[in-house]
Ligand binder design. Structure first.
Ligand SMILES: [Zn+2]
Length: 278
């Protein structure tokens, strides 16, 4: 009676239900559906009608509040105005990007672009909820755009499957807001320099409103997260307080060169020392 016996002994349900590690688990297994009246199934519920969907947002836009600018002029027509006028760029279509695209679409924004150089990996599926098992290997930007457009009528999302550096600077100038769902400091630095590069000052040294490109930056690590708004010319930019980031974990070079002994050491060894020889 060893551990192997324990591992290989079939459980009573294993014939009907493939192992979670196997690909067909996700594609063929159907979780038992609740019987009628047992539990409300969100999939079976009718989709919200258009007025229902926008009810709360319209209420927000049609009354004043103490969190809005003094020039804010509440009106029920604002949603249409914002939707047709404002173009928003979402940078990254990963864990944050999926949420951002859905939230922006459900906030009435109709002209969205999304840029991401990645393709979908099976390990993304637990949190990047716009993707399915059959999407593995496809570009994130394209699948995310398609999924949101299927669910929210009237929204147009243009996907860009490329690196952020591949785009001309003028590409970024067409947007009124840039929203970042990135996982690296370098990428944030790049977008920050592009957005701040558009900023112009008038003869009184005040930022010219039309050249101000606001950025909304978000980030997650484990269970922690942050969000902030960067308005070039008015708030500190990304580069101004880059020192607030915790220092990146580094290893002494001698350890890497002589005795790489952990998995992290080996990866750094390959990256720093052996990479150029490949
Ligand atoms: Zn700055």
């Amino acid at each position: 009676q060893g551990p192997e016996l324990f591992l290989s002994s079939p459980s009573p349900t294993s014939a009907a239900r493939p192992h979670p590690r196997r690909l067909d688990y996700y594609t063929s297994y159907r979780f038992p559906r609740p019987k009628a009246g047992e539990m409300a199934s969100p999939a079976a519920a009718a989709p919200p009608t258009e007025p229902e969907r926008w009810r709360d947002l319209d209420m927000l836009l049609s009354r004043p509040g103490n969190l809005v600018h003094s020039t804010f002029d509440p009106s029920p027509g604002l949603r249409d105005l914002i939707g047709s006028y404002v173009e928003v760029l979402v940078v990254g279509a990963g864990g944050l990007g999926c949420e951002l695209l859905k939230d922006l679409a459900l906030s009435g924004f109709k002209n969205l672009h999304v840029i991401d150089m990645d393709t979908i990996d099976v390990s993304n599926l637990n949190r990047q909820f716009l993707f399915r098992i059959q999407d593995v290997g496809k570009p994130k930007a394209e699948v995310a755009a398609k999924r949101v457009m299927e669910r929210v009528s009237g929204v147009n999302i243009v996907p860009h499957f490329c690196r952020i550096e591949d785009k001309e600077l003028e590409f970024y100038n067409q947007f009124q807001i840039i929203v970042l769902g990135l996982d690296s400091i370098e990428a944030r630095s790049y977008i920050n320099s592009v957005a701040c590069g558009f900023l112009e000052y008038d003869s009184d040294d005040r930022p010219v409103q039309e050249t101000v490109k606001p950025m909304v930056d978000g980030g997650t690590e484990g269970f922690k997260g942050h969000a902030r708004v960067i308005i070039p010319g008015m708030t500190p930019c990304f580069e101004c307080n880059i020192w607030l980031f915790p220092p990146q974990v580094k290893f002494p070079l001698c350890t890497l060169a002589e005795t790489p002994r952990t998995a992290a050491h080996c990866i750094e060894y390959a990256h720093l020392i052996k990479w150029d020889e490949v």
